[in-house]
Write a protein that binds this ligand. Structure first.
Ligand SMILES: [Zn+2]
Ligand SMILES: [Zn+2]
Length: 394
């Protein structure tokens, strides 16, 4: 891949921004320093800045100076860090105990700022680019908070685009899914209530532990028997709590866990089956189940048209054979899903290679691979060029 002189000229600056961001990680909705940093940078490029979306979210508005068209697109970067103690020994190591950029959002912000700087210098596009810096991707649904604060009402845009670094894909590769790319996640809490009593007189009790065991066993049939084997589903029970002594049958037992799917319809049907199985199995043991399913992020589903456009953009940047379109989705979740429920768009994976240290996202030794900064900037720049072309046919 050839790196343009525009990008080469700012590369050391952008890398330095990335390191500053890494040095100053902030958790979801606490990104005050990060938000200031981004706003100052955007203003210094002459970009109009709007703040306060989803608390710390920032939107930069840049109009092209070619053609005066009113088409508009949104480019999004997430900016929060994770509650992890960094174990890297690097000069720009996190200065806060228990917080670090272990998902590469420092790199995402830096790359989008780099693209903003280059686009603000030449403005060779016809329409408006919105640079969306969102808080709290890691479980806090910052994307949804920005929407609730009027992101799409105040700024009318026809499509939104996301980019996430992806260790495991080589540097210089992209993966673009024409459909589901990341899973939904939901949490569940189940309380099974029976009748407590003496362990030696079980006939006088309704044993909540037995009912819970049977319910958890029975939930396994959702994946193995009730869903199509070609659909990916996870139902994991991750914690059980019950009991106070060896000779007491406890009145209640509780368990929690998570459901993941990569298809919105499958998600609905899993919820329905989950509720039925818990209720009916508990009842079969003379107990009663109280079930709560807490909705997490929806499935992240790329729109076909936009994913095909993203493939062309990525191919223009790295070449045809380095753009994969047949990778399986990840069972991880992503709150860009909320934006894709409202707007057309595509969320692409940018290969991050094994990096110097070979660690995966969310590992305490992970560090964003600076080698991919020019590729990410080039992708954004090319996307704007393609989506907001100067020459439109008459
Ligand atoms: Zn993450
Ligand atoms: Zn992430």
């Amino acid at each position: 891949m050839k790196i343009s002189s525009n990008i080469k000229n700012i590369l050391s600056n952008v890398t330095d921004w990335r390191h500053q961001l890494h040095n100053n990680p902030e958790l979801g909705y606490e990104e005050a320093w990060t938000s200031d940093f981004i706003s100052q940078k955007l203003k210094s490029f002459g970009i109009e800045v709007h703040r306060g979306f989803g608390g710390t979210g920032v939107v930069g508005v840049l109009k092209g100076d070619q053609g005066g068209g009113n088409r508009a697109i949104g480019l999004r970067a997430d900016m929060d860090a994770l509650p992890i103690q960094e174990e890297n020994e690097i000069t720009y190591k996190s200065k806060y105990d228990g917080k670090m950029h272990a998902c590469g959002h420092d790199g995402h912000v830096a790359m989008l700022l780099g693209a903003a700087r280059i686009l603000s210098e030449h403005k060779k596009f016809n329409g408006t680019v919105y640079f969306i810096f969102q808080p709290a991707e890691e479980g806090g649904a910052g994307g949804l908070s920005m929407i609730k604060d009027g992101l799409f009402d105040k700024f009318s845009m026809e499509s939104v685009w996301g980019l996430h670094n992806w260790p495991g894909l080589e540097v210089g590769e992209f993966a673009i899914h024409k459909g589901s790319v990341m899973a939904s996640f939901d949490k569940f809490n189940v309380i099974i209530k029976g009748k407590g009593g003496h362990a030696a007189i079980p006939q006088s009790s309704s044993d909540s532990i037995l009912a819970t065991s049977a319910t958890i066993q029975s939930l396994q049939q959702i994946v193995s028997r009730k869903q199509n084997p070609l659909d990916s589903v996870v139902v994991s029970v991750t914690q059980i709590n019950s009991g106070t002594g060896f000779n007491i049958i406890p009145e209640k037992s509780e368990f929690i866990g998570t459901i993941r799917t990569i298809n919105p319809n499958v998600r609905k049907s899993v919820h329905k089956q989950f509720l039925e199985i818990c209720k009916m199995t508990a009842a079969a043991y003379g107990c009663h189940a109280e079930i709560e399913i807490i909705h997490g992020y929806p499935v992240t589903v790329n729109h076909l048209n936009e994913s095909e456009k993203a493939v062309i953009v990525a191919q223009n940047v790295v070449g045809k054979k380095f753009v994969k379109t047949n990778l399986a989705p990840s069972m991880g979740a992503e709150d860009f899903a909320y934006m894709l429920e409202k707007k057309s768009g595509c969320y692409a994976w940018l290969g991050a290679g094994k990096g110097k240290r070979g660690y995966m996202l969310h590992n305490s030794k992970y560090d964003f691979n600076d080698d991919i900064i020019p590729i990410g900037i080039a992708y954004w720049e090319e996307l704007v060029k393609q989506e907001l072309p100067i020459h439109t046919s008459l």
